[in-house]
Design a protein around this ligand. Structure first.
Ligand SMILES: Cc1ncc(COP(=O)(O)O)c(C=O)c1O
Length: 381
């Protein structure tokens, strides 16, 4: 029996978890001010890079004594740079509850071969931060993009810790409150909540992180694109927009345009409110349908950006094939692009709810999920 398709569709079907939807007002013509064909070291280039740094500080409320750098290789570049430059001075604790966190664990344990305690939780769960030793260096991901599980707050991180906290906040920054005084290294990429481009990473350092960089030299060699110090001193220029190597000025312009939109949308609280309202549409849908549930077990840890859901109906024969078929059907209808669960995550859907997504598009998507689910159930025979 054919199931009637909903009458209306999302105006924008882009629900990818990265690169994420561009800002709602995006047009290529908005980038016409980009300093193209100019040196990034010319006054105009440096001005734009510095503006990207200082506007980030302003919007996210980053303390004045924290350093903010634009570094190569997106969020991965920023995390790797921090781990390779700072870890090894003391014992490390590697914390992971999904795929990206697990990737950082592998790097530290297998590549850097650092003495580390590994604390892991399965998809949907989270590691209990009250059990961690913050006199070690603790590396963790604030929002697990592939499980949709986030740290609700930084309360368990002591202010008087001896170790550093290194936080991959790429799918949290601009959508969730980050307690800067608890974070020594924070990283993110423009391509997530801001809907920017992925070329560059943001590396945010507390004074204690700078102190580590200036007092500790790792035993291993560092490639040029990871080097943050020279002669035992921080290369300060990196944190004024004098990037280590050549950035894309088109990507920088795009980020500046997104920051401008963010300010006009109510700044950080406006962005967080948008993500909250977006995620609530899916949470409410899960609450009102008994065949779908949030992957996050504890409601306090539910992500408001990368919302991950699983199908729980007993009638489903093959969970992985079923979820894939639903995602494919939504994509074929042009109502939701890139919403299949991450390749290593449990079967289901992952729907991005960051600030650049319109709540009305999520509202329009929910009946389509209902439709795709019922259609696939019927198709199983
Ligand atoms: C938590 C987390 N860390 C790191 C990455 C990698 O980011 P990038 O590809 O921008 O380096 C992602 C991408 O989705 C992520 O979600």
């Amino acid at each position: 029996m054919a199931i009637n398709a909903p009458a209306s569709r999302p105006a924008n079907p882009r629900f990818s978890s990265g690169p994420c939807a561009k800002i709602p007002t995006f047009e290529l013509s908005k980038l016409s001010d980009a300093a193209l064909g100019r040196s990034h070291r010319a006054a105009i280039g440096k001005e734009k890079l510095l503006a990207a740094i200082e506007e980030t500080r302003d919007l996210l409320g980053i303390p004045a004594d924290y350093k903010i750098g634009i570094v190569p290789a997106s969020d991965t570049g920023a995390v790797e740079m921090a781990m390779w430059s700072m870890l090894g001075a003391r014992k490390a604790t590697m914390v992971a509850w999904e795929s990206f966190g697990a990737g950082w664990v592998t790097d530290v344990v297998k590549q850097l071969k650092i003495d580390a305690e590994v604390k892991e939780a399965g998809y949907g769960e989270i590691v209990d931060f009250t059990t961690l030793d913050f006199d070690t260096d603790v590396v963790f991901t604030w929002n697990g993009t592939t499980s949709g599980v986030r740290l609700p707050n930084g309360d368990a991180i002591p202010s008087d810790r001896a170790g550093l906290t290194i936080c991959d906040a790429t799918s949290a920054a601009f959508a969730q409150d980050l307690p800067w005084e608890k974070l020594d290294v924070t990283t993110f990429s423009w391509q997530k909540v801001m809907g920017g481009e992925a070329a560059h990473g943001m590396l945010i350092l507390s004074p204690r992180a700078v102190e580590r960089l200036e007092s500790y030299t790792p035993a291993w060699p560092l490639p040029k694109i990871f080097r943050l110090t020279k002669g035992g001193k921080l290369i300060d220029g990196i944190f004024r927009g004098e990037t280590i190597n050549t950035p894309s000025m088109l990507a920088v312009e795009d980020y500046l345009v997104a920051l401008d939109w963010a300010r006009s949308t109510g700044g950080l609280s406006g962005l967080m409110a948008r993500a909250d309202a977006n995620a609530k549409v899916i949470w409410d849908f899960c609450d009102s349908h008994d065949w779908i549930a949030n992957l996050a077990v504890d409601p306090a840890t539910r992500s408001n950006t990368s919302v991950c859901v699983k199908f729980t109906d007993d009638r489903i024969n093959d969970g992985a094939a079923f979820a894939k078929a639903v995602a494919k059907r939504l994509e074929k209808e042009g109502v939701a692009l890139d919403v299949g669960a991450y390749r290593d995550a449990p079967a289901g859907l992952r729907i991005w709810c960051g600030a650049t997504v319109e709540t009305s598009d999520l509202e329009a998507l929910m009946p389509w999920i209902d439709w795709a689910f019922e259609t696939e159930i019927a198709a199983q025979g």
